[in-house]
Design a protein around this ligand. Structure first.
Ligand code: C2E
Ligand code: MG
Ligand code: MG
Length: 410
């Protein structure tokens, strides 16, 4: 006979639970378990593991994973139906991971572990899904754990490096700032881009020390360029949600400035739109404290979140960075044209500078210029480069803009 072992976890339960009192939270859990019991067969077992985790045992199900899949989707639909509590209506989505005896394991232990891994994989890809165990899941999980371990053992000043990407003024063509972008010198796959490790860094909390390091290093580097006699430019540093929320960001910035003796006006922090929108008034408080230190702020990935105009007006920021996804298909895509030009004029009305990120082509530059965008960043001008490539760029520009000697001028 077959046996189905299924891990079930509610995706947004914690969020809903936190907004309810204890009794309502318990009754929500009770409703959910009753729905699950009603959705399975009379011999099947639903057991509560605590929190919002359940294990469902499908006893002697049809020997066909499609049918089992359909049974499990019945559980998910039962769970997701709206539930009314204290006059409010909630929808709970769930992530299910299934392992089937005999294919996916011969012991209860293996089956549970594999179902758990499948559930984890459903969560990882955004939740609200059902995943059947396959051996690759364990390989992925192992890879992730290895990566996390390597990340944990990494020493920032030795294993991480910042690259810098120029930001240029569209009118003068001059580079006035660089964005610091972190890279990991990974023992197995070389120089790894942030997409490979920022998610685990966020999840594990390690983003905070790494982010602090990036902040200090960017300030140190910028001051070193200035001390070498190069024309001063600003450096912009990305701030992650956790760094920002764990409220030591203000102290961390103050420390990085003091340590490097960089003039605060040459440091700008990039905060993402979703970050500042989520935290509301508290975010504004923190932003004001940061402004108090003399640094500038910008909103990164602008257009991907849902800023309300009224919120935007209250943010003490200098610049908006139009997200690359709206620039990519310019000038052909009609929607992107509309978004890009709307953001540019919105910025102008609010007295903010606007920079387009991810600009790659002449046509994009032409569109931005026609629409009076102030600034751009992207492969069109330069990819992110190692720190030692920046002086040459700055010097070339200084020479080009210097008044020419008299004899050459004729
Ligand atoms: P972001 O802040 O939006 O940075 C812009 C990303 O777009 C960079 O990717 C950059 O290399 C890439 N990019 C720039 N111009 C172009 C272009 O013309 N075409 C294309 N296709 N891409 C372009 P990168 O370096 O991989 O960084 C990705 C993200 O990782 C950043 O997005 C930022 O959110 C995050 N990140 C990078 N460094 C740090 C850091 O020190 N701390 C934190 N918390 N996050 C960081
Ligand atoms: Mg950025
Ligand atoms: Mg961005």
């Amino acid at each position: 006979a077959w046996l189905g072992v299924v891990y079930a976890d509610f995706d947004n339960f914690k969020f809903v639970n936190d907004s309810l009192d204890h009794i309502a939270g318990d009754s929500l859990l009770k409703t959910m378990s009753e729905r699950m019991v009603a959705a399975v067969g009379p011999n099947d077992i639903v057991s509560w593991l605590g929190g919002d985790e359940f294990v469902v045992l499908l006893i002697d199900p049809p020997k066909d994973t499609l049918t089992i899949g359909a049974m499990l989707h019945r559980i998910r639909s039962a769970v997701v139906a709206p539930v009314e509590i204290e006059g409010r209506s909630f929808r709970i989505t769930s992530s299910l991971g299934a392992a089937i005896y005999p294919m996916d394991g011969g012991t209860a232990e293996t089956l549970l572990a594999n179902a758990d891994a499948a559930m984890y994989s459903a969560k990882e890809s955004g939740g609200d899904d059902l995943v059947f165990y396959v051996p690759e899941i364990n390989a992925n999980l192992r890879e992730r754990l290895t990566l996390l371990e390597e990340f944990r053992n990494a020493d920032p000043s030795r294993d991480f490096v910042l690259h810098y990407q120029p930001q240029v003024d569209l009118n003068s063509g001059e580079m006035f700032a660089v964005e610091a972008l972190i890279r990991w010198r990974h023992p197995r796959f070389g120089l790894a881009p942030p997409a490979r490790f920022i998610p685990i860094a966020e999840e594990s909390g390690l983003i905070v020390p790494i982010g602090d390091w990036a902040l200090r290093e960017a300030c140190r580097q910028n001051k070193a360029w200035q001390d070498a006699g190069l024309p001063p430019i600003a450096v912009t540093v990305n701030v992650s949600a956790r760094q920002f929320r764990e409220n030591h960001i203000v102290a961390a910035v103050a420390e990085a400035l003091a340590e490097s003796r960089l003039d605060p006006k040459y440091l700008e922090l990039e905060l993402t739109e979703s970050l500042v929108m989520q935290d509301g008034d508290r975010a504004i408080e923190t932003m004001k404290e940061l402004r108090g230190l003399g640094v500038r702020l910008s909103i990164d990935d602008f257009g991907t979140g849902y800023s309300s105009l009224s919120a935007l007006k209250r943010f003490p920021v200098e610049r908006l960075k139009i997200d690359r996804s709206f620039i990519q298909d310019l000038p052909d895509d009609e929607d992107d044209r509309a978004v890009a030009s709307a953001v540019i004029s919105l910025g102008q009305k609010l007295n903010l500078r606007v920079i387009a990120e991810g600009v790659e082509t002449k046509e994009q530059v032409a569109f931005l210029r026609e629409n009076h965008c102030d600034e751009l960043q992207g492969y069109h001008f330069s990819r992110p480069v190692a720190a030692d490539a920046i002086p040459a760029l700055l010097l070339r520009q200084a020479i080009a803009s210097a008044p020419r000697p008299a004899k050459e001028r004729r």
